[in-house]
Design a protein around this ligand. Sequence first.
Ligand code: SAH
Length: 233
Amino acid sequence: MYVYLYIIALIWLEMTYTQTDKYASIRNKMVDSQIESRGVSDPYVLRAMRKVPRHLFVSPEYGEDAYGDYPLPISHGQTISQPYIVAYMTEIVNPSKHKKVLEIGTGSGYQAAVLAEIADSVFTIEIVDELAREASSTLNKLGYKNIYVRSGDGYNGWPEHAPFDIIIVTAAADQIPTPLIDQLADGGRLVIPVGKPGNVQELKLVTKKKGKVETERLIYVRFVPFKRKQDNL
Ligand code: SAH
């Protein structure tokens, strides 16, 4: 009897190990071939991308596709960005262990997890209640204690926790919401796709130095629209 139990336990362990290991090696390949090869070099960003189990943030039916070089649908018509874009945006905001981050557009929670691997804390806002709940549950299961998910319209930021060293917006807005610029700390960095939804947008980097705000154009991207609460979700 005990022998059987022992064998079953061994098989189970072996299966779990191969499962995790299988995704770990696919994840490492993703980082080598899609991210490092395209110029992302911050060791903390690369380490976070090698660690966060992206397949657990998308529907299990995608399997290895979770690590493909493209965005994927999540529920409610939204998308999780291509891995390279997540890495690029993370590197651009220059995260480090004492920094406080605000993310607008939690979606699956994946970008928040990548940031939480590096920064002190991540405050993230999602306008679709159900997505906020799902992301929160995924992040809890994975044991993240430094991510705070709130459901609501991120246009007004999260004033109670401002200022933020980093603000990252993962939905395309016509203009940069003024409350977000106000909530950026001095020396802080804000990244946001700006442009018409359904088209390509320009990723912009906003920096604040001694109160002076500067905007820089980065690359072209394609994000789902930044919505407002009155848009009748
Ligand atoms: N960062 C996500 C991807 C986000 S997709 C990830 O890693 O999976 C963009 C998300 O922004 C969608 O889930 C959309 O519902 C949300 N969103 C759009 N407008 C918003 C707003 N005003 N406030 C908060 N979230 C918003």
